[in-house]
Design a protein around this ligand. Structure first.
Ligand code: ZN
Length: 304
């Protein structure tokens, strides 16, 4: 190859690069836009001694700092190779106490992939018994299996903090638990009770009838604030009314699809005619509607 030829290639590459460098120099957002939200954020829950919310883009988890160590939950690192370590690093900005536990909310990877960083830090992984049953055959390299399983109820006491792990029946999956901090009157409920949002993509193994019973049980527990597994509108925490509203949404979805399903319209026609119109202004409506329709068509059109 001649020098001239190589120089020609270099010139062509340079020319091709110009649009990219020009766009790289342009402001990322118009001057009037709000500042970009950081991908990772740790926030102390107001009025608590050591309860924190760790958010990574659209997922969030809680960790509790006590005088004897840290209880962490859900690594939320699916598709984020450094996500588990990023989370541990965030904890390390708050405390150098040992991370004693990592609790899985349920077996879906988008919430629990990335636990290796916690195991390396010495944490013991605890989950409902079905998490291990579900995950063991799949052998996902990014998701360490629980070290300890439970059914019903398990209470963790560490450094003056009590955390209850409660299995109240199948709901968003057959392994979702409720984590309750009795002193702080906080519950951490992942995916089953989205705050002010239409549920959707995660309804792959949702249990429609059991979920209604589950939400009623959650409402009956003693708590003031609900922390969801995905940030609510404006990052607000959930209330008892949000749980009641979500129950109502599921009941409305079920009632609407019951008519279609029992008229023999599931799948295609029923799913097209299903509108859940009352919730059209809720965040997540457009994206979630087909998934809600499919799940309830399954219930009323197939009996499952
Ligand atoms: Zn899920």
């Amino acid at each position: 190859m001649s020098r001239t030829y190589l120089a020609g290639i270099a010139a062509a590459l340079l020319a091709a690069a110009i649009p990219f460098s020009a766009s790289a120099q342009a402001p990322a957002t118009p001057p009037t836009a709000a500042p970009a939200r950081p991908a990772i954020q740790t926030t102390k829950v107001e009025g608590t001694e050591g309860v924190y919310i760790f958010r990574n883009v659209g997922h969030q988890a809680i960790f509790i700092v006590t005088k004897d160590g840290v209880i962490a939950t859900d690594p939320i690192a699916y598709g984020r190779p450094t996500g588990g370590q990023d989370y541990v690093n965030e904890i390390r900005k708050v405390t150098d106490k040992p991370i004693k536990y990592l609790i899985y909310s349920h077996h879906h990877y988008d919430h629990i992939a990335g636990g290796k960083a916690f195991k390396d830090a010495g944490a013991r992984i605890i989950a409902h018994k079905r998490v291990k049953e579900r995950l063991a055959p799949l052998g996902d390299p990014n998701t360490p299996l629980p070290d300890e399983s439970f059914d019903g109820k398990k209470v963790i006491r560490l450094g003056g903090t009590t955390l209850e792990l409660l299995f109240l029946g199948a709901n968003h999956s057959d392994s979702n638990i409720v984590m309750r901090l009795p002193k702080e009157k906080i519950v951490f409920v992942v995916d089953t009770i989205p705050v002010g949002q239409v549920p959707g993509r995660g309804m792959i193994d949702f249990y429609p009838q059991e979920a209604e019973a589950f939400i009623k049980k959650v409402i009956a527990l003693d708590w003031d604030r609900l922390i969801p597994g995905h940030p609510g509108p404006g990052d607000r925490l959930g209330t008892r009314k949000d749980a009641q509203d979500q129950l109502q949404l599921l009941q409305d979805a079920s009632a609407e699809m019951k008519v279609l399903g029992q008229a023999g319209k599931c799948w295609d026609v029923g799913e097209k005619e299903f509108t859940l119109q009352k919730y059209a202004s809720w965040p997540g409506y457009q994206a979630g509607l087909p998934f809600v329709a499919r799940r309830y068509c399954g219930l009323w059109g197939r009996g499952t």
